[in-house]
Design a protein around this ligand. Structure first.
Ligand code: CIR
Length: 253
């Protein structure tokens, strides 16, 4: 899919009050603002029109906009986030998406977060995690099928979301952590396996024939260079402290 638009949201000054399991130290707002600006600039440099939403002080994690929707070429599915504190973030994203796509909502008790949904062409891997339950995955799967797509559920036993550990890097290749490398769900794909010390780099963005990866993962960079695509490294140290990464900060379509 050639991406034309990205929706992002400015991190709020209180972004450090979001949910996190990280022990990497206290997040810094000034650094986050600089890193977010570089992220937006990078998407623009790849030809995307970037829509920037205002921060939502009531929802400190709301700049992780990826979690509140799944956007396919012909429909936008608004999720019901599994994290209770994040429910409501979707309400300010839905009207923006409605400008571009028919929208439909995941209904409770189903929960889905977009970080669990990996699109590879017209096939979708849907992680079953602490945030996305089977009911939510099945609702999403039925909607995707109704629009000519296929899907596979994937239990997520480690990491926050499926895409914390598995990314598409173009064609038939996935970047995966060791834990996911031998999973039968991915048997038909070529795999680049992350070094154990670099598993955070399992979340990367593949946009319009470019790869955007987090700064500071040299082994992964070397492995990705073999694909022959231009690689852009971005410092996302502050999002990392909040259990987020590159894909989480935008909705791309
Ligand atoms: C959360 O725990 O919900 C946020 N602090 C991090 C969300 C990261 N989102 C993503 O991986 N798609």
């Amino acid at each position: 899919m050639h991406f034309k638009i990205a929706i992002t949201r400015k991190p709020g000054e209180n972004f450090a009050q979001g949910i996190t399991t990280s022990i990497l130290g206290s997040p810094d707002y000034e650094a986050m603002a600089v890193q977010y600006a570089a992220y937006v600039e990078t998407l623009e440099s790849l030809g995307l029109e970037v829509i920037v939403l205002d921060a939502e002080p009531a929802y400190p994690d709301a700049y992780f906009v990826e979690d509140v929707a799944v956007v396919t070429p012909d429909i936008a599915i608004i999720t019901n986030p599994g994290a209770e504190a994040r429910r409501g973030e979707e309400d300010t994203v839905e009207p923006i998406l409605a400008r571009y796509r028919e929208t439909v909502r995941i209904q409770p008790p189903g929960t889905v977060e977009g970080g669990d949904v990996l699109m590879v062409g017209s096939h979708y891997f849907i992680g079953l995690s602490d945030r996305t339950n089977r009911e939510g995955a099945e609702q999403l799967g039925r909607i995707l099928e109704a629009h000519g797509n296929t899907w596979t559920p994937v239990p997520v036993e480690a990491g926050l979301h499926l895409k914390s550990s598995v990314s598409t890097v173009g064609k038939n290749t996935l970047l995966v952590t060791n834990g996911f490398a031998s999973r039968s769900e991915f048997r038909d794909y070529d795999k680049i396996i992350l070094d154990e010390a670099e598993e955070y780099a399992g979340n990367i963005l593949s946009i319009n024939d470019h790869l955007i990866m987090p700064l500071g993962f040299p082994d992964t960079k070397t492995k990705l260079e073999a694909l022959g695509l231009p690689i852009i490294e971005l410092d996302v140290s502050e999002a990392c402290k909040m259990d987020g990464g590159l894909t989480c900060m935008s909705l791309r379509f």
